[in-house]
Design a protein around this ligand. Structure first.
Ligand SMILES: Nc1ncnc2c1ncn2[C@@H]1O[C@H](COP(=O)(O)OP(=O)(O)OP(=O)(O)O)[C@@H](O)[C@H]1O
Length: 580
């Protein structure tokens, strides 16, 4: 294989460096170190030498940050849930005229959003740790990976906020972020959470007054700490099934070698990505709709009336991921119930089982109502059209209804394969009255890169729409043992929030067309051009009076075979110091 080599000193020891599509290689005289490219956060130029550096002394100094996840008590575990992450730096120094040839990962200087100065003594970079998200790993990730990275990069002062209740992120947004937004002060929120944290930020900014002209929309850098992380998996990392261009360093016909992966959990995007407006939608609920939650102390759901500012009594929520009804909404709602929460991460499968094959042997529920989609014709005229059966009749029973702005609901579940990161297009996925085996088969195809939308039997509807309306024809479920669950078939999910509509109620979803309230740092340029590391890439020339010092940041995973290989080498050279 043709490759580019750079003579170097790596942690004080002579070595040859090369950066290939799949790995960063350090070749010592007696051994080799290989680090997967997927774990590289960035190569950071921290210093450029003065003009007095002579041509004969054109050494380039570099430091390498490495971070990895490892089991809590140094015990190897095989599931992702048990892993923790950490960051580590390595110093490199290399000679010659060229900077390490990896422009997509090169960070010549900190991006503007990490250089936001404090104002009146208050930091404008906020780290928000959602302590309950996912399997509660956000605090550990902050301490072991994010904090050391921010500190070593010497980013502007930042404030750290930890959630203490389900309302913490909304409160922070309302009390601290929003007033500064209105003063025109640019802020960065580094959000360690699942989709729920983003929904709280978005809804608070929509619900509170954002004075128009002067408002400075906050930027969000998302660090995925939730269960599904739909927004992150759709907009902030490349999809595994998306093909990448071949390069001269690849043997013809070879699949890309894991290079499309980004295992840095949002840290690479934070350093190398450019903020983009986050598309959103709004959902209007008929009067008397209630949000559903399960308080820790109770096995019964709590119904809280949605607030309404409309004279007609309707309520509005905003979202950036999805609105669903039928199986998806029931699944999210049921899996949150205490009876299923006790199953931990397998609560979704136990909830799915009880919905598809009810324990009392009753048939799988088919959801009753009329669902219409909204399109605009060429003159901008709005046209509502109900979903129909093949014979042209209006469809009145449904199994799966989901409108989404994103491609993936979790890493491997591609619900909307045509959705591109932040493209702002609302797409609906619909399945009519099919049995449990069929719906399992169809949704299984979504795990194969979204093949369900091309189902040969034409059972899956998939189209881009402007909006969606559901008119419920579900009566109360008299069979429900718990009377507070009687309206369960009229529950809708908006980005994880569950709302129950009254009998004969309705829901309407529309794309937001106005100004975004948040900018998201999406997929980084490094992900778009991962093969620019290849040998045919022209190295970045550096004149002798511009000698950069760089930092290479890596995130390593203990369970990845490459990591185990790498760490066994690294640990003999530079032992990790485990936290107390
Ligand atoms: N200290 C806390 N006490 C109570 N609730 C909290 C606390 N911290 C966070 N929460 C709530 O926990 C929920 C976490 O949701 P989030 O979406 O971040 O994670 P998730 O549901 O595990 O992941 P995803 O939505 O990606 O599947 C949010 O509703 C948040 O408000």
């Amino acid at each position: 294989m043709d490759s580019y080599f750079q003579d170097a000193v790596f942690m004080g020891e002579p070595a040859k460096l090369s950066l290939l599509p799949s790995s960063f290689d350090v070749q010592f005289s007696d051994r080799q170190l290989q680090i997967p490219t997927a774990n590289i956060i960035a190569i950071h130029v921290t210093h450029r030498a003065r003009a007095e550096v002579s041509e004969s002394d054109s050494r380039i100094h570099a430091a390498l940050f490495a971070a990895g996840n490892y089991p809590k008590d140094s015990v190897e575990q095989n599931d992702n849930q048990g892993e923790m992450f950490r960051l580590k730096s390595f110093q490199m120094e290399y000679t010659g005229q060229h900077l390490l040839p990896c422009p997509p990962l090169l960070l010549p200087h900190l991006p503007e959003h990490l250089r936001l100065p404090p104002k009146n003594g208050q930091a404008n970079i906020h780290v928000v740790i959602s302590t309950f998200s996912g399997t509660q790993k956000a605090e550990g990730f902050y301490e072991l990976a994010l904090k050391p990275l921010l500190d070593q990069l010497k980013v502007s002062p930042y404030a750290v906020h930890r959630t203490e209740s389900a309302d913490s992120i909304s409160q922070l947004t309302r009390d601290i972020i929003l007033p500064r937004v209105n003063q025109g002060i640019k802020q960065l929120i580094i959000l360690l959470s699942g989709d729920g944290g983003m929904v709280d930020v978005v809804n608070t900014l929509f619900s509170e007054q954002m004075t128009t002209a002067n408002a400075a929309i906050p930027i969000v850098g998302l660090i995925p700490m939730g269960t599904g992380n739909a927004l992150y998996n759709s907009s902030c990392r490349p999809r595994p099934n998306k093909g990448l261009p071949a390069t001269t360093t690849q043997t013809s016909g070879q699949e890309p070698d894991g290079t499309s992966e980004d295992q840095t959990r949002g840290l690479r995007n934070l350093l190398l990505g450019m903020p983009k407006p986050l598309p959103t939608f709004h959902v209007t609920f008929s009067p008397k709709s209630t949000s559903i939650s399960y308080p820790a102390s109770s096995t019964h759901p709590m119904h809280t009336p949605l607030s309404s500012t409309s004279p007609s009594g309707t309520s509005t929520l905003h979202g950036c991921v999805l609105t669903s009804w039928c199986l998806h909404a029931s699944l999210i709602s049921l899996s949150d119930a205490p009876a299923h929460r006790v199953h931990g991460s397998s609560r979704f499968s136990t909830a799915a089982k009880s919905l598809l094959c009810p324990p009392d042997n009753s048939p799988t529920h088919l959801y009753k109502g009329v669902v219409s989609t909204l399109h605009c014709d060429q003159s901008g005229q709005e046209i509502w059209e109900p979903l129909r059966e093949r014979d042209g009749s209006i469809r009145r029973e449904h199994m799966y209804i989901l409108a989404t702005l994103v491609s993936n609901l979790e890493e491997g579940f591609t619900v909307s394969p045509h959705s591109e990161p932040l493209d702002g297009k609302l797409r609906i996925v619909s399945i009519g009255a099919v049995g449990p085996e069929e719906v399992v088969r169809l949704l299984g195809l979504a795990y194969q890169g979204g093949r369900h939308v091309d189902d040969e039997n034409g059972l899956v509807g998939y189209e881009e729409v402007e909006g969606l309306r559901i008119e419920f024809a579900e009566e109360d479920d008299d069979g429900a043992e718990d009377k507070s669950e009687m309206g369960r078939w009229r529950r809708v999910c908006v980005d994880g929030l569950i709302v129950e509509c009254p009998r004969a109620g309705w829901v309407e979803v529309r794309r937001d067309r106005g100004r975004s309230v948040v900018e998201l740092i999406p997929i980084s340029p490094a992900e778009c051009y991962p093969y620019a590391f290849a040998s045919d890439t022209a190295p970045v020339a550096t004149s002798p009076d511009k000698v950069p010092v760089t930092t290479l940041s890596l995130l390593l995973r203990t369970t990845h075979p490459d990591y185990i290989k790498t760490v066994s080498l690294l640990s003999t050279l530079y032992p990790f110091s485990h936290p107390p």
